[in-house]
Design a protein around this ligand. Structure first.
Ligand code: GLV
Ligand code: MN
Ligand code: MN
Length: 415
């Protein structure tokens, strides 16, 4: 196994992360890069150029998943994949996803510099729309790659302005058939994703690397509450059908159901609440909620969803509102591959880095990559566990350790 030396310099990588962070719809240091927006397209162009400069062969599929290939001596073998995403939720930071993409590229460049020759090809993947911001569903690119979202269902996706996935991807320059995005089992010989933890454990325990054994099962629901609007002064309280007070009951019922499992791993969030017409002197007639429910135990997560559905029936009958509920996704958890975890562990030991096994409570493209290839993830710490915020931060030392372990692992798996 090729030694990736301790003298690895990642100054260039840190500069690239900052440059990528400056490509934003918002004023830096705030990073906002919604898929198929103008900043997303500029960011894609920047990363593709870096890949081409590193001598990788760049290609894209019909939804904009981007592949940068370092061909091995035996191109018949399925490549070893690594990568993540570069789209960013509104008001995000520099590192979520981007550490896995630019860190993956840095691992490849390092192996090249060291004169390593891969037998299996190594392929960097930049997945389209890991974040659900535009289409309301996470991991769009990897989900479609793993055939977990059919092209037919994908064609029904719309953004808040009503624009379809087909319209938007065509605008962004991705025009092939959506049917061509799905990949067969075995598309990769293995897949390894580097990511910031997005939680506080590694930093708090002073551990360099998290070896992810499981990725929690995410689900997302859209709820529409239709009540009766009216004048806030002239409509008396008895008999009102206020859509927002009904929705408030659902938000609290969901929180209570998540807490009631007694498991620390159950989490539920209502992150979107659109009120119509949204005037202070008007009774809300319609409310749209978007909820996110996760657990490492898929069945327990589903029982929380069942409680929410029961609350909808109860609130409907007591308040005379109409509630419609659409389940956007309810994905099973992923189990990471034991052999890849062992390779990561060996790499951490060889590099003298401390590590611990852990669960990913956030979802990642690896949730879906694991359906078409043996896969695992490695986490590095992030300051205060903060993520999805502009003050998200991972130190160069943490990033360097992650890249070093990733490079060693890719070299091992590609040998
Ligand atoms: C990914 O961004 C997630 O919400 O877990
Ligand atoms: Mn994210
Ligand atoms: Mn991410």
């Amino acid at each position: 196994m090729t030694t990736v030396g301790p003298k690895l310099s990642i100054d260039g990588l840190i500069a690239e992360l900052k440059t990528l962070g400056n490509i934003s719809e918002a004023e830096p240091p705030v990073v906002t890069r919604v898929v198929f927006g103008e900043a997303d397209l500029r960011a894609r162009a920047y990363v593709k150029q870096l890949c081409a400069d590193a001598g990788l062969a760049v290609s894209e599929d019909a939804i904009g998943n981007t592949f940068a290939l370092w061909e091995g001596t035996d191109p018949e073998l399925a490549p070893i994949g690594t990568g993540s995403h570069i789209d960013a939720i509104p008001n995000a930071g520099l590192y979520d996803g981007c550490v896995g993409v630019l860190g993956g590229l840095e691992a490849i460049r390092t192996l090249k510099q060291l004169g390593f020759t891969p037998r299996r090809s190594i392929e960097l993947v930049i997945f389209t729309a890991e974040e659900p911001t535009r289409f309301g569903i996470g991991c769009l690119g990897s989900r479609m790659m793993a055939n977990a979202l059919t092209p037919e269902k994908a064609r029904n996706l719309r953004d808040k302005q009503g624009r379809t996935l087909d319209e938007l991807r065509a605008w962004a320059g991705f025009e092939g058939s959506l049917e061509s995005v799905a990949m067969p089992l075995g598309r990769f010989g293995g897949f390894v994703e580097l990511h910031i933890e997005q939680g506080p454990t590694l930093e708090r325990e002073g551990v360099d690397i998290g070896l992810v054994t499981h990725i929690a099962a995410p689900a997302s629901l859209r709820i529409t509450v239709d009540g009766e609007g009216g004048h806030a002064g002239a409509t008396l309280m008895p008999g009102r059908k206020d859509a927002l007070t009904a929705a408030a009951e659902l938000i609290l019922a969901l929180e209570a159901a998540a807490k009631a499992t007694g498991a620390i791993d159950t989490v539920a969030t209502t992150g979107v609440c659109d009120v119509f017409p949204g005037a202070v002197n008007s009774i809300p007639s319609r409310v749209r909620l978007e909820t996110d429910i996760r657990d490492i135990d898929g069945a327990r997560r589903d029982r929380v969803i069942d409680s929410l559905k029961a609350a909808c029936i109860d609130v409907e009958s007591r308040r005379g509102v109409t509630i419609t509920l659409e389940q956007v996704n309810a994905d099973p958890p992923a189990t990471c591959d034991a052999a890849i975890l062992a390779a990561l562990e060996d790499s951490a030991k060889a590099a003298g880095k401390s590590y611990r096994k852990m669960v990913s409570r956030a979802y990642h493209d690896s949730l879906f990559a694991a359906r078409i290839a043996p896969g695992a993830m490695l986490f590095i710490p992030c300051r205060g566990g903060v993520s999805h915020r502009p003050d998200e931060y991972a130190s160069p030392e943490w990033i360097g350790a992650g890249v070093q372990i990733l490079a060693r692992t890719l070299a091992h798996l590609a040998s």
